[in-house]
Design a protein around this ligand. Structure first.
Ligand code: 0XW
Ligand code: MG
Length: 367
């Protein structure tokens, strides 16, 4: 089988609710990049990556030129197996994980379609029937965040990510954690995500004010060492996100006892091939994972659900139904959360059929 054509679309995704994080980071409207790979035997694969501005070493406009540069290695190549072609691309262009991720996703989609199997079967088989979703709470007034959490809890969601730091007001951040914790009662998992926005001192002072509560912290500061100090000073469990981008990061954070959980964002690692290896490393290290991607619609959500469904449930913290936060939907029939859980698609490959009326004419075609 040979790759005959690659098409790329850039589509703005609008958040249903303005989404605010620390340090002025937000997703109001964010460009997602969608890739379709066609082959000489009628099978096509889909990939997507939607970087959030100022969030990771990635930007949407960088995907097209990086793919253009890799094209001599892609057109005519055999997409089956994904990992061998990705190894070639890794030698041809070092790094640029975010640009490789949608290609790798499409190669896996084609490979699983060729096998006639849902993708989770190739990633390790079905380990969970359904997976818990978390609800991410935009950083706004504490009372409003508590109201949204209560509403999601009444719809059976049991995990809540409380965004902190958007207004640089540590007392408001304490109120955000307290009011959300109270709104959902004992039992649900509540974690507070600073998205790197706090200094060590701010994070320690703020988190010590909620040390009496059952709460997990997420990525308070930029580095693993700073986050480890915060964990040590508060005794609160720690999830890392922005600072775990490679197996070496995972090993370092685990050694620093700063890795109770991590966000396994597919594009951070360079695609499903690399994310699957990172997933297996996390299992060996005893680290719980949130299997997701940075942002995006139904293609990245589908990929995360297949990786999540094939992960040992003991180490699966949750998955994210990213496509529920934004519009337009790329596939109206793609999975959605039900009673706080979500299931992967059962169709072959990713099981996603994007609506061509939504996509329209591609912005770029290589053949
Ligand atoms: C990447 N986000 C901003 C979107 C997901 O909902 C989670 C969140 C994060 O930083 O963890
Ligand atoms: Mg995070």
């Amino acid at each position: 089988m040979k790759v005959t054509r690659v098409s790329l679309w850039k589509k703005p995704l609008k958040s249903h609710k303005d989404y605010h994080m620390s340090s002025g980071k937000s997703c109001l409207t964010t460009d997602t990049i969608i890739v379709k790979i066609d082959t000489d035997n009628d099978l096509s694969g889909w990939g997507e990556n939607c970087p959030i501005p100022h969030y990771l070493p990635a930007y949407a406009a960088g995907i097209e030129p990086a793919i253009d540069y890799m094209m001599p290695e892609i057109i005519g190549a055999n997409p089956l197996g994904a990992e061998s072609l990705m190894a070639r691309l890794d030698r041809f262009l070092i790094g640029h994980n975010y640009a490789k991720s949608p290609l790798d996703m499409a190669f896996w989609d084609i490979t699983a379609k060729a096998a006639g199997l849902p993708l989770y079967m190739l990633l390790g088989g079905r380990r969970s029937e359904k997976m818990p979703v978390y609800h991410s709470l935009t950083c706004i007034a504490p009372e409003e965040m508590a109201r949204i959490a209560k509403d999601a809890h009444s719809q059976k969601v049991t995990q809540f990510q409380v965004k902190l730091g958007a207004d640089q007001n540590w007392e408001a951040d304490v109120a955000r954690m307290r009011l959300v914790r109270e709104a959902v009662g004992d039992g649900p998992l509540v974690y507070a995500d600073w998205n790197c926005g706090a200094s060590k001192l701010e994070a320690i002072r703020t988190a010590r004010a909620v040390m009496d509560m059952d709460i997990m912290l997420e990525q308070p500061c930029d580095t693993i060492d700073e986050c480890a100090s915060v964990k040590q000073a508060t005794g609160l469990p720690m999830k890392l996100d922005e600072s775990t981008q490679s197996p070496a990061d995972l090993l370092y954070a685990s050694k620093a006892d700063c890795l109770d959980a991590t966000a396994l964002k597919i594009s951070k690692f360079g695609g499903l091939s690399a994310a699957r290896r990172a997933r297996d490393l996390c299992v060996s290290l005893g680290v719980k994972m949130c299997v997701e991607d940075t942002w995006g619609s139904d293609i990245v959500t589908a990929a995360a659900l297949h990786l999540g469904a094939s992960t040992d449930p003991k180490f699966l913290l949750n998955v994210c139904d990213l496509s529920s936060y934004v519009g337009p939907r790329l596939d109206q029939n793609a999975p959605v959360r039900e009673d706080g859980f979500i299931r992967p698609s059962e169709g072959p490959g990713l099981g996603v059929t994007p609506d061509m009326d939504v996509l329209g004419v591609p912005d770029r075609v290589w053949n």
